[in-house]
Design a protein around this ligand. Structure first.
Ligand code: 4AD
Ligand code: MG
Length: 480
């Protein structure tokens, strides 16, 4: 019997063969009446029930079937008489692969808070909520590659250690092998990075875009999908210090082509989830509904998670310029009644998440693409518009999330780019190769970045970004 090959629970539930002898391995979720074991192996959100013949099973083994224990059961697959499942395994043989002392195992079959589960992030994958999120993450990773592959884009690996600050925000984690207590110094007493591992200052990348642009200037359409690091000290439900970003970069695309691609991309991901993650989404939908009931009426979502997903997949996004958005915001109720934390007084103001969410959730009630931002609040590489004030930037704003995508048409004209780099004061030695792209065979091109975790937040309905990545990194937190 030992040799019987293991079958995944998903396979047994999808295509059960009654009377077939099967072996199942997994973790005990519950054990009721010394008889019914609910086992899960992560292949699906659904458990399979094992029915133990307790009269013929020794006492010691029964005692070891506890929540969290890992077991292997063998027996015939039978139609279930109980409620809630179609088939079950009539256990003939049970082996305990790993005990989980009930006095010590922290995950009991009751509702734990998400905050508590973050403290045991090494175990939380064994809950329905987190296993569903892990599976959805996987499905979304696959869908990203499928979307771009179908459109002839090439996936490019851009470096994780870089010498440049692509976003110019100075929020970088330093990479060094210098001794922090006794670093090499130059004649002026400053740290001498010439003595450092790479012979220069380096940091973890904040974006793969600049290197992505080099690749699109030969391959036409590329995308990166990599880890991204930002040392911004923002303890919000939408910021991580380490997150994953997808950055397509396309030669010959203008800002409108860029917006079209961004909209098609997120719709494709949402549709892929609806088509391929039905069990997990049904569970998360119910979870969110239960959660809503604990909130005051005015904070509740008008639409359920599944309704929100369908809504985004089926409706055109609203596209408005920054200037139009400022007009709407200036005249909005929360601005007039001074309800915004940051009041909108004049053109040029940077938009905060409260403004973005007002536009999406209250004013338009649908995703919004804002474009043509003031150049002073955007990165150096964005293409300058003829008005001399704005750049061809575009942000996609989502309900409950705010900014999910940021992108732009790139400045492809050497002189204008060089001028901007000088204005901002970026040393040319850091960007000579980037400027080279504008010297040799320059072309109009565009791209954007989708924050993968923010996308997973939207698809899963999880309100805190710490709950959609296995091991979140945030200020003061790098456990595990
Ligand atoms: O708007 P951002 O900073 O744009 C860029 O990095 C460009 N280089 C992208 C490009 O044009 N290729 O970041 C893009 C997206 C944001 O819209 C947001 O979804 C996500 O990345 N993001 C974060 N996600 C989690 N935690 C953070 N700290 C994030 N910062 C940005
Ligand atoms: Mg942005």
């Amino acid at each position: 019997m030992k040799d019987l090959k293991r079958t995944k629970i998903k396979e047994l539930l999808d295509a059960p063969i009654i009377g077939k002898k099967v072996n199942v391995k997994g973790w005990v979720r519950t054990f009721r009446n010394n008889q019914f074991i609910a086992i899960n192996d992560g292949s699906t959100i659904n458990n399979i029930q094992g029915v133990v013949d307790f009269e013929n099973t020794d006492e010691k083994t029964l005692k070891r079937i506890t929540t969290g224990a890992c077991i292997s059961i063998t027996g015939d697959l039978a139609e279930s008489k109980g409620k809630g499942q179609s088939v079950e395994v009539i256990v003939e043989n049970i082996e305990i692969l790993g005990d989980a002392d009930p006095e010590k195992y922290p995950l009991q079959p009751k509702k734990h808070s998400l905050e508590f589960l973050r403290e045991i992030a090494h175990l939380r994958v064994r809950t329905n909520t987190f296993s569903a999120i892990y599976r959805i993450r996987h499905a979304m990773i696959f869908a990203v590659h499928k979307f771009f592959t179908e459109r002839g884009f090439y996936n490019v690996h851009t470096p994780i250690i870089t010498g440049s600050d692509a976003e110019g925000a100075g929020e970088m984690f330093r990479v060094t092998t210098l001794d922090p207590l006794n670093p090499a110094k130059d004649e002026d007493g400053n740290v001498n990075y010439k003595e450092d591992f790479f012979g220069k200052e380096t940091n973890l990348t904040v974006s793969g875009q600049l290197e992505g642009e080099t690749a699109c200037m030969g391959l036409s359409e590329i995308y990166t999908f990599g880890p991204t690091f930002r040392a911004e000290n923002s303890n919000t439900s939408r910021h991580l210090a380490e997150f994953w970003m997808i950055e397509p970069e396309m030669a010959f695309y203008d800002i409108n082509d860029n917006m079209d691609l961004a909209e098609a991309f997120v719709k494709y991901l949402v549709n892929y989830a609806l088509d391929n993650c039905a069990d997990d989404l049904t569970f998360l939908n119910q979870r969110a509904l239960d959660d809503e009931k604990t909130k005051p009426q005015q904070e509740r979502n008008e639409l359920s998670l599944l309704e929100r997903l369908r809504f985004v997949a089926e409706n055109d996004f609203e596209r408005i310029t920054y200037t139009e958005a400022i007009d709407i915001l200036k005249n909005s109720k929360p601005n007039k009644k001074k309800k915004f934390q940051y009041l909108i007084e004049e053109w040029g103001a940077d938009l905060q998440s409260e403004h973005e969410r007002f536009l999406v959730e209250k004013h338009f009630k649908k995703p919004v693409i804002l474009y043509n931002y003031p150049k002073d609040i955007k990165a150096f590489y964005m293409r300058q518009n003829d008005d001399g004030k704005t750049v061809a930037a575009m942000d996609v704003l989502f309900p409950g999330i705010g900014e999910i995508i940021g992108g732009s048409q790139r400045e492809e004209r050497y002189n204008l780019l060089k001028q901007r780099i000088d204005e901002i004061g970026i040393p040319e030695k850091d960007l000579w190769w980037y400027l080279d792209l504008r010297k040799f065979g320059s072309a109009p091109h565009s791209g954007f970045g989708l924050g993968f975790e923010r996308m997973i937040q939207f698809v899963s309905g999880m309100t805190n970004i710490r709950d959609v990545i296995p091991f979140p990194r945030t200020p003061d937190n790098a456990e595990f």
